[in-house]
Write a protein that binds this ligand. Structure first.
Ligand code: IPM
Ligand code: MN
Length: 359
């Protein structure tokens, strides 16, 4: 199979983790006789420095022409500490999501027995946790009108949703639940927000088309608590943009490190794959960041190409490194391996160079 993959390394640790994913994809290509062609393109602080824009037109063109996008990370502290900055790296990612119609962000949360001790939560509560967050990605408060008055003393961010925006991701979430444990939880704030009441209405109506799926509802404050107290109760969690942003970072503590979690952003056309972590500027260039969030995002890209066996082999390789203690500093500060070493071991496993690996 031949695929064109757009590569956006982005900021901070983005380039170094993405490099390891490409190494793993190359090992997959060689082992399974595929050809993956990569086109590098700019976004974020990196793009602002080089072109003045966080999302140059050329980047959008490269992405539109590709079969899938692998993205590293975005953000730079010089913008975070300057609330008056007019051009910000994050605008690049938001515009890309909107322009490509990536309305659903899919974030799986799983645990690894080898890492149970790292979780701040009790092992008995996190064993076999396996849920998936469907976060709406192109609507809500992220994309509403933003205003500040002339005196600079009052600001507002509008939160708007249409029934269509809710319906399209809801169908994806129900379909995912049908293939899993057949439970869908809508997380909202319907006791306060009008948009949440619309979410409930639309989701309830759609539920009639999926009678095999059990639907329940949780207010987001309660959901934040339940994710920590009893994460095993969740199968598919469906929620709006900002709530999804917050609870998915929260959910990452279950597995032991934010550095492990991948994501896929899908819509009607080309899809984008990225780790959920940020640009972690303090670690940039030090070869210490965890590449697994990115490598598992590459596995989701392989799933998207319907290369299921290939994707499963990457996941098996990741589990093997974790079980064998070949882990970065975030996982084991005492006996840690470099980003590049972990990437190399995962790709060696994929290539069958590790005794006992599948190939
Ligand atoms: C994420 C990030 C982004 C978001 C930022 C970088 C704009 O936190 O992908 O979760 O808030 O969506
Ligand atoms: Mn986030």
């Amino acid at each position: 199979m031949h695929k064109n993959i757009a590569i956006i390394e982005g900021d901070g640790i983005g380039p170094e983790v993405t490099k390891q994913s490409i190494r793993v994809l190359n090992a997959i290509a060689e082992t399974f006789n595929h050809s993956f062609e990569y086109t590098y393109t700019l976004m974020g602080a990196d793009a602002i420095d080089k072109t003045g824009s966080p999302l140059p037109d050329e980047t959008l063109e490269v992405c539109l022409k590709s079969d899938g996008i692998l993205f590293g990370a975005i953000g730079h502290p010089k913008y975070d500490n300057d609330p008056t900055a007019k051009v910000r790296p994050e605008q690049g990612l938001l515009k890309l999501r909107k322009s490509l119609g990536l309305f659903a962000n899919i974030r799986p949360v799983t645990t690894y027995p080898a890492l149970h001790h790292l979780s701040p939560l009790k092992t008995k509560n996190i064993e076999d946790v396996d849920f998936i967050i469907y976060r709406e990605l192109t609507g809500g408060i992220y994309f509403g009108n933003k205003l500040t008055n002339e005196e600079g003393t009052q600001s507002s961010d509008d939160c708007t949703y249409t029934a269509d925006e809710i319906s399209r991701i809801t169908h994806l979430a129900f379909k995912a639940a049908q293939k899993r444990r057949k439970k869908l939880t809508l997380v909202d704030k319907a006791n306060v927000l009008e948009t949440s009441r619309l979410w409930r209405k639309v989701v309830k109506e759609i539920a009639a088309e999926y009678p095999d799926v059990t639907l329940d509802f949780l207010f987001v404050d309660n959901a934040a608590m339940q994710i920590i107290l009893n994460p095993k109760q969740f199968d598919v969690v469906l929620t709006e943009n900002m709530f999804g942003d917050i609870i998915s970072d929260e959910a990452s503590v279950i597995s032991g490190s934010l550095g492990l979690l991948p994501s896929a952003s899908v819509g009607n056309g080309v899809a984008l794959f990225e780790p959920i972590h940020g640009s972690y500027p303090q670690a940039a260039g030090l070869d210490i960041a965890n590449p697994i969030g990115s490598i598992l995002s590459a596995a989701m890209l392989l799933d998207h190409f319907n290369l299921t066996e290939e994707a499963n082999l990457v996941r098996e390789a990741v589990t093997w490194t974790l079980q064998s203690g070949f882990v970065t500093k975030d996982i084991d500060p005492v006996n840690s391996y470099f980003t590049s070493t972990v990437g190399e071991l995962i790709s060696d496993y994929v290539s069958g160079k590790i005794p006992g690996s599948a190939m």
